[in-house]
Design a protein around this ligand. Sequence first.
Ligand code: ITT
Ligand code: NA
Length: 197
Amino acid sequence: NQIIVATKNEGKLREFQNLFGPKKLVVTSLKDYPEIGKIVENGLTFEENATLKAKAVATKTNLPVLADDSGLEVDALNGRPGIFSARYAGDHDDAANNAKLLSELAGVPLEKRTATFHTTLVLMRPNGDKLVVDGELNGQILPVPRGNNGFGYDPLFWVPEKQKTLAEMSASEKNAISHRGRASQKLLTVFDEWWTK
Ligand code: ITT
Ligand code: NA
């Protein structure tokens, strides 16, 4: 059983390897398919972008594909960066993205720094058949980063229930509550039926 995760993001890939490990799936990423070049993400929603990634890869590989489109929706910024989270500060650069987020929120008090992390997952067969699930996590954007685990915006994303940022959690702690973990749990409950259909 092989599934390709249509991602170039190593942080996402590591999380999927943990989340889908129990399914005994071989999880590989786009790194193993250099012939698949840049996939243009010009959709207007997380689902459209995840579908664009899944379709591009399923068509080229003729294998089932899992694609993830994620983003951070900050209430004080009217939901930005949202679907533009990867390209927030230009090219995908986590440090520049985090710096831009902090500067846009400069002076905003903690209680007004609420935010939601969103993930949409699309599982697709080469014939275009697809399964879509979402997951979300609510939290707050801290004014200073904390923790060294995870990736992307994790050091700035405070989870009040845990009194930790996502970057202060272990991989399994994050997967148990995160946007991606929740979406993956939903996917796993229907996965066997979909896979053998
Ligand atoms: P692929 O499209 O190749 O999967 P990407 O990193 O460009 O990788 P997205 O288009 O979904 O993925 O962009 C999501 C942005 O949000 C990107 O800047 C990520 O670093 C960030 N992000 C996604 N999930 C995250 C998480 O769990 N923790 C912190 N940041 C995350
Ligand atoms: Na995207």
